[in-house]
Ligand binder design. Structure first.
Ligand SMILES: Nc1nc2c(ncn2[C@@H]2O[C@H](COP(=O)(O)OP(=O)(O)OP(=O)(O)O)[C@@H](O)[C@H]2O)c(=O)[nH]1
Ligand SMILES: [Mg+2]
Length: 337
């Protein structure tokens, strides 16, 4: 991102973006893919793209599928998608792997598992690679969900691996969070508890063909009943994704949850929290870009390293630099002092 990118918010809609918008709205896979690439590359025009698409979003049911590595998330996504396709519902899928910089293998695995779906025009599948930079993968995922929503997919399924803060932030943008776990992961439940537990709307114990299902079920039930903080006690379901068992129940739990969100008024609160998170992320990214471009971040850091400034003074001087460049009135006030 360059400085002119940062300040050129109001420039005319480029022909490239205009064409992408038309393509996305027509649900053309190539246009959708290019739109998501533009978002991933963090091109400044992504703001324009989202701006153009924004009046068309809000129709898709956005479901997050998260949980430990290998729990069967992709298999579940595949089976849920097949079931939805039987009812002619269209599905956009985002597989996000923010934790591993080497997600190529996992993505390949997903491709093989979901092979048949790749040729179905009612399904779009996209893996989103990791981004190390601050404000990286989370805003990109939110934007990509918007693209799929605006493309008119009835459902958007977002798969994320792991239980870190990135995942929590990603799945916060969805309507319903499915937390997939497997039998016998005693310690795992502790990990889940620490991280993502409070945002799970439905628990799925997958691989219920394995030993220890009942134990895990009881553990989860106990954990859920002890949590006073949640507005609604999450449902706990069992599934054997490879045998297509429990899929119907999961979809029905998702529909129940969606109904509750609307009837309880919880949806409005979630939307507000989500918007705040998203805007905060964009702000951080923009302010940092401005600091690098016009606030003299690097030279201010140099002074900090030479012990001439403390970190607060470095940050202050960077902010003053940004203001001098971007807000003429602030500059005037400062010179008048
Ligand atoms: N026994 C059994 N195996 C399953 C079940 N569901 C999935 N698997 C297997 O578990 C393995 C991992 O499945 P994935 O769907 O790739 O799991 P994932 O959670 O998407 O994995 P990552 O994306 O790598 O975190 C595969 O070999 C699946 O065939 C199930 O219900 N029972
Ligand atoms: Mg997977």
């Amino acid at each position: 991102m360059t400085e002119s990118d940062v300040v050129a918010g109001s420039e005319a809609l480029s022909t490239e973006i205009a064409a992408l918008v038309v393509g996305v709205r027509a649900r053309q896979p190539r246009a959708i893919g290019r739109a998501i690439s533009l978002i991933e590359d963090r091109r400044h025009s992504r703001g324009q793209l989202i701006g153009e698409l924004y009046s068309h979003i809000g129709r898709a049911r956005v479901i997050g599928i998260t949980g430990p590595p290998g729990a069967g998330k992709s298999t579940l996504v595949d089976r849920l998608t097949r079931r939805l396709r039987e009812d002619d519902e269209t599905v956009g899928i985002l597989a996000v792997d923010p934790t591993s910089p080497f997600s190529g293998g996992a993505i390949l695995g997903d491709r093989i598992r979901m092979q048949n779906l790749y040729t179905d025009p009612g399904v779009f599948i996209r893996s989103m690679a990791t981004r190390g930079a601050m404000g990286g993968v989370t805003p990109a995922t939110h934007d990509a969900v918007d693209v799929l929503d605006a493309a008119g997919f009835d459902w958007v399924l977002v798969e994320t691996v792991g239980v870190g803060q990135d995942e929590v932030d990603i799945v916060r943008s969805v309507e319903t969070v499915l937390l997939v776990t497997v039998p016998g992961l005693g310690d795992d439940i502790q990990a889940i508890k620490a991280g993502i537990m409070e945002i799970a709307d439905v628990f799925v114990i997958n691989k219920a063909d394995r030993d220890g299902v009942e134990r895990t079920y009881r553990d989860l039930q106990m954990m859920v009943s002890m949590d006073e903080g949640t507005a609604r006690r999450p449902q706990i379901l069992k599934a054997v994704a490879v045998r297509n068992e429990g899929i119907e129940e999961i979809l029905s739990a998702v529909r129940d949850h969606r109904r509750w969100l609307r009837e309880s008024g919880e949806l409005a609160g979630r939307r507000r929290r989500h918007l705040r998170l998203r805007v905060e992320n964009i702000l951080k990214e923009h302010v940092l870009a401005m600091a690098e471009e016009s606030g003299g971040l690097e030279s201010a850091l140099e002074r900090g390293l030479n012990a001439l400034s403390d970190p607060y003074a470095v940050a202050d001087s960077v902010i003053r630099g940004v203001l001098r460049r971007h807000a003429p009135s602030a500059q005037r006030a400062e010179t008048e002092e």
